[in-house]
Write a protein that binds this ligand. Structure first.
Ligand code: ATP
Length: 260
């Protein structure tokens, strides 16, 4: 422990939850959880099955309404009515099912639901898509993120699991203005593909965005996270870092065998 005076300015907190409770009848999914995501960090959220990870993420992204408690974005209280509100506020979420249209090409999937329209009345009245610009933007985004794909014109159904995951993560990175939340992004992937997706997550941080990563994969978490938020029984049991704690320490906190 250091006793030096800390003269550094405190880190900017992008997204925060204070004492958030969520109950379903007699089941308490969140029992007064606190959460803090700092600018430019990768924060892993870990916890045993049923610890409340998914419920916390849903509360943060407007997918459910907390029973009580407060959520703040850039220090200001927010009340998202639904995921679209969170999106508009700059929060992108990559869900496990990836929400892709498999028959469409990569560029179309990157802009799914947010298609670029042709200029003038062709776009505004006739809803003509600007496919050329979407392809260019898609290429630029993928190269900026250093994610290599066979061709932007390929249908998503022709891609491997890792490449699909890459497209979903790139889409989030492309539209997020503040942060990206990812639910088990490497769960179904092989070693090489996992490595690619982890690189992609690092390049999102390099773009200055904050990342929340829910994962059961401890080696991945220790490889990539700046800090680790540990959930237990609907609360934040501790926040640790890969520098100060081992995987065994984290598992012990998760299961209640130890405290931080
Ligand atoms: N819609 C719901 N109705 C009733 N109980 C729920 C609901 N959603 C979650 N729960 C309960 O709340 C608790 C927390 O669930 P949650 O899915 O958030 O945990 P988790 O940490 O994401 O688990 P896992 O790692 O298994 O996905 C669990 O006991 C779960 O059964």
């Amino acid at each position: 422990m250091s006793f030096e005076t800390n003269t550094e300015t405190p880190p900017h907190v992008v997204l925060e939850a204070r004492n958030v409770v969520k109950t379903y009848g007699h089941v308490t999914a969140l029992a007064g959880v606190d959460f803090e995501l700092r600018a430019g960090e990768i924060l892993a959220v870990v916890g045993d099955n049923g610890a409340g990870k998914s419920t916390l993420i849903k509360a943060l992204t407007g997918a459910l309404h907390p029973t009580s408690g407060e959520i703040l974005l850039d220090g200001a209280p927010v009340h998202f009515r639904g995921p679209l509100d969170a999106r508009h506020a700059g929060i992108e979420t990559v869900y496990q099912d990836l929400a892709m249209a498999p028959a469409l090409d990569i560029a179309s999937n990157l802009f799914l639901g947010r298609e670029l329209r042709a200029p003038g009345i062709l776009g505004s009245i006739f809803r003509r898509l600007d496919k050329k610009r979407m392809r260019e933007e898609a290429r630029r985004a993928m190269s900026e993120l250093k994610f290599r794909l066979p061709s932007i014109d390929n249908a998503v159904e022709a891609l491997s699991g890792g490449q699909r995951q890459g497209v979903a993560v790139a889409r989030a990175a492309l539209f997020a203005r503040k942060l990206v939340i990812m639910d088990e992004p490497t769960a179904a992937l092989g070693v090489r593909e996992t490595g690619q997706v982890l690189e992609l997550i690092r390049s999102i941080r390099e773009r200055g965005l904050a990342v929340v990563l829910i994962s059961h994969n401890m080696p991945n978490v220790f490889d990539i996270a700046d800090r680790i938020h540990i959930m237990r029984l609907g609360r934040r049991a501790a926040v640790v870092t890969p520098k100060t704690h081992s995987m065994n320490d984290v598992v012990a906190i998760m299961t209640g065998a130890a405290t931080a």
